[in-house]
Design a protein around this ligand. Structure first.
Ligand SMILES: [Zn+2]
Ligand SMILES: [Zn+2]
Length: 175
């Protein structure tokens, strides 16, 4: 797919066109051109270290999504993106080299255009990393919280005064 088509598909999901989304489009294009396909199940896993606009492009174009569990978010505030392919056991990490794209006197559209035409190697440091993906999404049974009664994934219930509590109830009652 051409970068323009990828951008259009990403905008449909994200809502607007912006430099952050373009970064995610470039990353996705690189991943798709280097031995990966759109992830129907959990073949591909993305680990992102920020939660900005770029991650929406990655969800829309690579099928690594929050709901499927093959998108893992680490709150590091870094523009780092790692991908693990469970089929060929290969992993790659892209990190942004510079945050300014184009001259200051360029318009937002010009900068976006320039960004979309860039070679991934100019924008990202790209390195092979060892294949250590996060665990596949597990299904846990749900149990009722002893305080509010809402069904809660068993691994998230916490013990307090002989009761099993969900996170919000635990935070309220344990104070
Ligand atoms: Zn955006
Ligand atoms: Zn509760």
């Amino acid at each position: 797919m051409e970068v323009k088509e990828l951008m259009e598909k990403a905008v449909k999901f994200h809502g607007h066109s912006c430099p952050g989304l373009a970064i995610g489009v470039l990353i996705s294009k690189y991943i798709l051109e280097n031995g990966n396909d759109f992830s129907i199940d959990e073949e591909l896993v993305a680990v992102v270290e920020n939660d900005n606009c770029s991650v929406d492009a990655i969800q829309a174009l690579l099928g690594t999504t929050f709901g499927k569990g093959n998108l893992k978010y680490l709150d590091h505030g870094k523009n780092n993106y790692s991908f693990y392919n469970r089929t060929n056991k290969k992993a790659v990490k892209l990190s942004i080299k510079a945050l300014s794209f184009g001259d200051r006197d360029m318009s937002r559209e010009e900068r976006l255009e320039k960004l979309l035409k860039a070679h991934p190697e100019d924008i990202f440091k790209i390195e092979k990393i060892s294949f250590k993906p996060p665990n596949e999404a597990e299904i846990h049974q749900s149990l009722a919280c002893d305080n509010c009664g809402e069904l809660t994934m068993s691994t998230r219930l916490m013990e307090f005064e002989n009761k099993k509590l969900c996170v919000p109830c635990y935070e309220k009652l344990s104070k």
